[in-house]
Design a protein around this ligand. Sequence first.
Ligand code: PSU
Ligand code: MN
Length: 311
Amino acid sequence: MTNQNLNRYLDLTPEVAEALANNRPVVALESTIISHGMPYPQNVETALRVEAIVREHGAVPATVAVIGGRLRAGLTPDEIDYLGRKGREVIKVSRRDLPVVVARGLDGATTVASTMIVAALAGIDVFATGGIGGVHRGAETTMDISADLEELAMTPVMVVCAGAKSILDLGLTLEYLETKGVPVLGYGTDELPAFYTRQSGFGVDYRVDTPAELASILHTQRELDFPGGILVGNPIPEQYSMDKAVIDKAIDQALAECEEQGIHGKETTPFLLARIAEITGNDSLDSNIQLVFNNVALGAEIAKELCALRA
Ligand code: PSU
Ligand code: MN
């Protein structure tokens, strides 16, 4: 990447550095999902298993975080355990938080937005996670729109997710991405997946059926030197998908409590995620874990195809 200054703040593990230097596939992974997206100890178990799945698929995992003020692509199992144990005490770091957390030498869990930033700096093109942030319901008055969307508009990384939870306004999220010129691709589907369920009722821009074609679209976007990323919606495997009525009810309850308690700003999303998990119990957590596994496997396949195109 071109920003040499920011590079001075970045540490890659030797394994990640070696893979990138030799056109071997690397998949970036985020850490807000560890510290703020799931309870301990399932968060740590999931993060470690996710790394193993990426390896089983022939790619190198690069979990991103800020540790002691250093931007990191690639963590040790101990560091993952630490981020998971500390949970919501770890600062949730999006784009606007990065300069402060780095300057102060603090630890931070990176969101989709800041993981994209670090991935792009490191030269990692593919990033897989669970769900992205988006336009919140009621954003026409709260203006609560995740910085993840702006990042997709400006940072050249392909983000593989299971769509977004319907805590968000999925229709407005798609409108925003369209305005910003972000391609939204459905992997084997015509619809944006809704995280816990395979369908949202909202169409994607294009359905793409193979990792090779996803890689070819990413490769083309990079060769055209367009700013911005690409969003891939990968539906949760059928056997883990949830009953829409059950999950919608839990989301409505969580949204009502959020408003009652006056939760706002960066706390909104973690609050909603935690409440939905509490209301629906282990069912939704299990679905959440399985869809992440499914996404990182796809991410690894795309990364491999991309390396083949560049060979
Ligand atoms: N949605 C999920 N799980 C998550 C997140 C969102 O289903 O873990 C996290 C991601 O790190 C995402 C962030 O980037 O929340 C978005 O936060 P905000 O809405 O405050 O931008
Ligand atoms: Mn927000």
